[in-house]
Design a protein around this ligand. Structure first.
Ligand SMILES: *Cc1c(COP(=O)(O)O)cnc(C)c1O
Length: 455
């Protein structure tokens, strides 16, 4: 019999009461957002037309280590948190590795991913400010689903701009959002000025996250009582997602285990930033060392092939500039099945940490990722989201390295969600029809040549 159980559960009382802000322990702080017109750091007042006030305070605060989680949010978290930390005994056995593999499973709620952790926080602050509603974009649909659940809970209106290709390929996601009361519009649309402009420039485009962000921001800033919310990339989102890492650390401490390697998939960086937060804090303070690996798709390789530079967060170039690893805001990745990983940039916090050598990054092509997903489903039973499967693939590769070296390391990875709405992707994999689009060096350098000149 295994000494450590398959599931390491925390008690409801052990839900974190504060979010941890890793910026407080960073010597080199993430670079500030810049006003796209003046190229000066954005001030809180300038952001108030777009974002909720308290969220702006969280966004700009590089020094406060802990933010109290309001009781109403803790109450909501109780519906699905603490999430389990699982020991992947069956996967370990299948791989024949001496490594110990753990995964933090965030797919245990109806929205099916970690995104609900921040959605509920953002909806709470919008409600507290007395707003009528919020606008947002969604790629694969997970963020839109999470936000529509959170808005239903606080009785807020929710307008979602959904990347057109997903809107058409994922009608079930769309209906889940409508069930929670959200309105869902395919993007680019003819409803906004920026949507019309993008459609005129790229007729027939199936959209991108960057386009949908531009539309949602335009609607928020031109509608009374609305603000825009974003499900990844921003500092505030990483702050909210720190519940993942805080719980993971508490569960490991409970069983007397120390992680050696921590792996997460990286789209905009929020789940990874949240998972690693307390561990990175220890690393930054020199208390402990961890090998931290970000895994991204080869089709959208921001860390591994992008440039660390100021860039727009959206295709319409109306949002502030962020200093991050980017492929260029005009980069529209090939229609890879991991919709949540198709953003051209990366969190400024993770970008700075990666730049300073505190973490590593790697990329995989999607057929390899789906092979890992299938192995995981067959051994561990959970049907993983394509995004999460990047982390699975990363963890498997680390476990196989341990096998070769005969090392008993402890690997922890983030299993961000379930893949029930991604069966079209699984189908194309099973039918041997899945292709691996990898952008050429020319494509990437052409896109990077259009970066804004800010330095
Ligand atoms: C959105 C999403 C991701 C990627 O977003 P991050 O902000 O990088 O965490 C990963 N997994 C799932 C299941 C998602 O929905």
């Amino acid at each position: 019999m295994a000494k450590i159980p398959y599931k390491i559960y925390l008690d409801e009382k052990e839900i974190p009461r504060s979010w941890y802000n890793v910026r407080a322990d960073m010597k080199n702080k993430p670079a500030p957002l810049l006003n796209p017109g003046t190229l000066q750091p954005m001030k809180a007042e300038e952001l108030e037309g777009v974002f909720c006030k308290e969220l702006i305070a969280q966004e700009l605060d590089n020094d406060t280590a802990f933010f109290k989680i309001p009781d109403e949010i803790v109450e909501f978290y109780k519906m699905y948190r603490p999430s389990p930390l699982m020991r992947a005994y069956r996967l370990e056995k299948k791989l024949g590795t001496p490594a110990k593999i753990y995964y933090k499973f965030e797919g245990n709620n109806t929205s099916g991913s970690h995104k609900l952790n921040s959605a509920i926080a953002q909806a709470y602050y919008a409600k507290k400010q007395g707003l009528k509603g919020v606008t947002t974009e969604t790629g694969a649909g997970q963020w839109g689903t999470a936000l529509s659940m959170a808005c239903a809970y606080f009785d807020l209106d929710c307008k979602v701009y959904m990347v057109k290709v997903s809107y058409e390929q994922k009608p079930f996601r769309r209906e889940v959002m409508r069930t929670y009361g959200a309105s869902v519009t395919p993007s680019p649309s003819m409803e906004t000025e920026v949507g019309k402009r993008i459609l005129a420039e790229h007729p027939g485009t199936t959209g991108s996250l960057g386009c949908a962000i531009s539309e949602a921001v335009e609607v928020a800033t031109t509608s009374e009582g609305y603000r825009y919310v974003l499900g990844s990339v921003l500092n505030q989102v990483l702050l909210h997602q720190s519940v993942i890492g805080l719980e993971t650390k508490a569960a490991l401490d409970k069983i007397g285990e120390k992680a050696d390697i921590i792996v997460g998939c990286a789209g905009g960086g929020s789940n990874l930033g949240g998972l690693i937060a307390p561990f990175m804090g220890e690393k930054l303070r020199g208390e402990n060392d961890y090998k931290i690996i970000a895994v991204e798709p080869s089709s959208c390789p921001s860390f591994t092939r992008g440039k660390f530079a100021y860039d727009f967060c959206d295709t319409g170039m109306i949002c502030p500039l962020a200093k991050m690893y980017t492929l260029g805001s005009g980069f529209i990745p090939a229609p890879n099945h991991a919709g949540g990983l198709r953003f051209h940039g990366m969190s400024t916090i993770l970008s700075q940490l990666y730049h300073d050598g505190y973490m590593e990054a790697t990329s995989y092509k999607q057929t390899d990722v789906f092979e890992a997903a299938e192995l995981f489903a067959r051994t561990e039973g959970i049907l993983p989201a394509p995004e999460s499967s990047h982390a699975i693939k990363g963890a498997i590769d680390e476990a196989l390295k341990c096998k070769e070296a005969g090392e008993e390391k402890t690997i922890v990875f983030g299993l961000t969600g379930t893949g029930y709405f991604d069966m079209v992707a699984y189908e194309s994999f099973h039918d041997g029809k899945m292709s691996d689009h990898i952008p050429t060096d020319e494509e990437i350098s052409q896109s990077l040549a259009k970066l804004p000149k800010s330095e």
